[in-house]
Structure formats: C-alpha cells, structure tokens
Design a protein around this ligand. Structure first.
Ligand code: PHE
Length: 357
C-alpha cells in the first residue's frame, strides 16, 4: 500500500506535466482526488489494516495528501500566471504609437476642374463671381434680349418653379422663377452692380431638362464677361486661346465659328483643335474617331449685344464687351487623360469612380 501511495504521487506529477488549462486540470483532479478517484480507492484499503499498520500508513497517507494538494496548487498557479501573461500580450497598448489617421477625401473631379479654370482666368485679371441658381426669367432670358415668348427660349430646356412657390420664396424677383439654364443670367446682374470695368468669371450650376450621355440635368458652366470702354473680337479670341493652351496644352489652338445667340452680336461657337488628330481630322489616313473633322466644340461666345448692355444700365455707345459660356464638365471631359464617356457618372456618387481622380 505504501508503494501504491508513492506511485500515485509519481503518476499525478506525470499527468499534471501535460496540463495547461483549467479544464484539463479538473479532469486530473476527478481522476486522482475525486470521490471515486484513485486516492479514495486506496484509502478504502486502510480499513483492512491492523492498528499498528494503520498508524504508519496513515502518516504516509497524510503526507501524500499534502503533496498531492501542493501539486494541484502549483499547477493552478502556473495556469493563472500564464493567463495573465497571455492577457498582457493580447491587451498590450503602446501609448506612444501615432494615432490612426482618419481617411481624408479629396475634391470631386468637377470641383478640381472649377479650381483649375478659375486659376487660369484669374491670371488674366478675371474675378470669380457668383449669381443665383434660381432666378427670375428676366435675368435668364428677357434681359438677354429674349423677350417673353420668344422662340429662342426653347433652346434652353428650362425648369420652371411653380408660381405658388416663387411668389412667397422669391419676393421682389423679376419674372417667373426658373432654375437657371445657363450662367448668362449673371451678365446683367454683374452690370447692375455698377462696378466697372468688369472682368468676371462666374461659375455655377445650371439645369436643363435633358439626360443623355452628353447631358446631365444639372451641370456647371463658367461664364466670362468683360465690359469696358474698349473691347474687341481680337481680345475675345486672345482670351479663348490663352485658356485653351493653359488648360489643354500648348499644342492646342482655337477657332471661332459664326453662330447665333440673341445676347451677343456677332456670336460664335468656340472650337478647339482635337487632341488626338491635332486638328487634321484624320490619323494615318483614317478619319479621327474622336472629332471626325479636326475640331471639338467648346461652347458659345460673342460680343455683348447693345440691348444687354442697356439692360445692365449702361450706355452701349460708351461700353462694349464680350462674353462666353462653356460647360465645366464637357470642357473637363475633353482634357487628355480623362476618359469619361457618360457625363452622368460624375453625379452617381460612386466612390470607385470618384477615387480615381
Ligand atoms: N449661355 C450660352 C449657352 O448656354 C452660352 C453663351 C454665353 C453664349 C455667353 C454667348 C455668350 O449656350
């Protein structure tokens, strides 16, 4: 029996050597010191011994029990220590590490274009101005030499604000309220300010009732207006040329093509030489896929009509000037390296697209 008690301690030490967590420890505990465990079984044998033997074996049994308890206590502490150590590694925090930077966005492609465009005209002395996006049709049409019911108005597929709304929201405004279909409403508004000479670049949102790959119902225009005592088509042409070369590259040129607007006379469309075929219209004998004829249309321009100058409160015999109005999106999409074939993607708020620019 003495040997069996000694063996129990040896076995227990061996069994505990592979124990690393509380669950495994409990299994060993049940096996050795549980109610039906090995120690309990051995102790049953005590009953059959003589009084003297009981004395000796009883003593040994007591010391064995103490050693068994000590073994369990040792392993318990080992497990607890290991737990603390693991937690310390897991939850370790380096307070000296720099913080995680929040992700920073960037300007939308169109806002970038607006900044670039503003910058170029600023160098020529143009000052950025802002005019209402919702305006009376007086400024959008009438003051621009398009009287009420004039058919030319049809060319701007205009959104009208319901009378009941405009009456209360826009008291004192002139005419029916519209979402400005072009930034030209700023022309007469700028003249009305009475600060001369005028070199304005007004960039804002415009709205037209159309939605195609080339038209978004909301888009931006940049409107240039120069009013001074002397002004000429040559100056207009020079400004166009400077802008084209600065924005698109030194190898590009412009041409003015006769056109008609009610608010300019003479009127032009400004074309820019195609960046693919360099204005030739063909590449290696094959018709240019982008422009087909060497030129791309940028937008309208012209010498401000005397009636518009009058509407601005100025004397057309003293003052003259020129104006132009081009689409921001279209201009930006014509720039080399921007391969966008549907203008509407600009306003779908798809980050996979926006992040590319
Ligand atoms: N407002 C015109 C348009 O939207 C463009 C334009 C502006 C033409 C200024 C001449 C002068 O088409």
């Amino acid at each position: 029996m003495k040997d069996e008690l000694e063996k129990l301690v040896v076995d227990l030490t061996a069994a505990l050597s592979s124990v690393h967590d509380t669950a495994a420890l409990e299994v060993v505990r049940v096996e050795y010191v549980g109610r039906k465990g090995r120690l309990a079984e051995l102790m049953k044998g005590l009953a059959a011994l003589s009084v003297d033997e009981k004395k000796v074996i009883g003593q040994i049994a007591n010391s064995v029990k103490a050693r068994v308890e000590a073994e369990f206590a040792r392993v318990e502490k080992m497990i607890a220590d290991a737990d603390v150590k693991a937690r310390m590694t897991r939850e370790w925090l380096d307070v000296t590490l720099p913080g995680a930077a929040p992700s920073v966005g960037h300007l939308h492609l169109v806002s970038q274009a607006i900044e670039d465009i503003t910058d170029i005209f600023r160098r020529l002395g143009f000052v950025r101005a802002r005019h209402p996006e919702i305006d009376g049709d007086y400024y959008a049409f009438e003051a621009l030499n398009m009287p009420k019911d004039h058919p030319a108005r049809d060319e701007w597929e205009t959104f009208f604000i319901r009378d009941s709304h405009s009456a209360e929201v826009m008291q004192g405004q002139k005419g029916k309220m519209v979402l400005t279909p072009h930034t030209s409403n700023g022309q007469v508004r700028e003249m009305e300010k009475g600060v001369l000479p005028i070199r304005m670049i007004s960039i804002g949102k415009c709205y037209r009732r159309q939605s195609t790959a080339r038209h978004s119902p909301m888009f931006h225009q940049f409107e240039g207006l120069v009013i001074d005592k002397k002004s000429s088509v040559t100056e207009l042409k020079g400004v166009c040329e400077y802008f084209a070369k600065s924005y698109f590259g030194a190898d590009r040129t412009t041409r003015l093509r006769p056109y008609h607007f009610r608010f300019t006379e003479p009127s032009f469309e400004l074309d820019i030489s195609c960046g693919i075929c360099k204005g030739v219209g063909s590449v290696g004998g094959v018709k240019c896929k982008l422009c087909k004829e060497g030129w791309l249309e940028l937008g309208g321009a012209g010498m401000v009509h005397p009636n518009v100058i009058k509407a601005g409160g100025l004397d057309p015999d003293v003052y003259a000037g020129f104006a132009f109005g081009w689409g921001v999106e279209r201009t930006m999409m014509m720039r080399a390296g921007v391969n966008i074939d549907d203008i509407r993607i600009l306003y779908r708020n798809d980050l996979r697209f926006i992040r590319q620019f």
